[in-house]
Design a protein around this ligand. Sequence first.
Ligand SMILES: [Zn+2]
Length: 255
Amino acid sequence: MAADIRVFTCLSDNFGYLIHDPATGATASVDAPEAGPIIRQLEAAGWTLTDILITHHHHDHVGAVAELKQKYGCRVVAPHDKTTAIADVDLRVGHGDVIKVGELLARVLETPGHTLDHVSYVFDADKAVFAADTLFSVGCGRVFEGTYPMMWDSLLKLRALPDDFRLYCGHEYTASNVKFALTVDGDNEALKARAAEVTRLRAANESTIPSLLGDEKQTNVFLRADDPAVAIKLRMKGATAEQVFGELRERKNKS
Ligand SMILES: [Zn+2]
């Protein structure tokens, strides 16, 4: 049976995500930014939280773990990196691990760069990837703990997923990302179309997520750092993908 996925806002611009298995009643929260909105969504749907799938250790992704665990007694799944301080972890996962949410299967991709511990969860049967702060719509996360080549390699892992997969990312940053992308890639027709769509969605106070991975491959300049045309736009003809990616990320940091 297909998973039921709910998207809502937590804190100021984090996304909350619930993924529910109708066959068994199991429900996972991807990250735990804020208890109140997650509990309200669960209660409105009549669901009980069985699992929390943590992507990385930043407070705006794990701040509500302890409260939710105490309330629901749910299992907490978190990345392998034990140097980080995530509360109440029951299961540590790494690359290639497959975890069950009821009968739903989630595959773990290690996607370090934003943090060293960052993982993404891929629900292949439902064509959904939860990439948190690695890949945003029309952008990518800041590289805090890793290196540019490490982050680029993580983006390649996500880019390798099929075009009809949906991207569920950690923050509603799409409008800001589009604004930056247009400064580099302003003649990209797919990006211009996405810009118009994002303007319409945000004006209606609607979420820009999920987006289709196939659209991200066309509109997201960070996923095209190995495209010679992007290097030329940056006046970096002949540069490596890692160098082009690093330059894009530096420019976005300053934008
Ligand atoms: Zn983060």
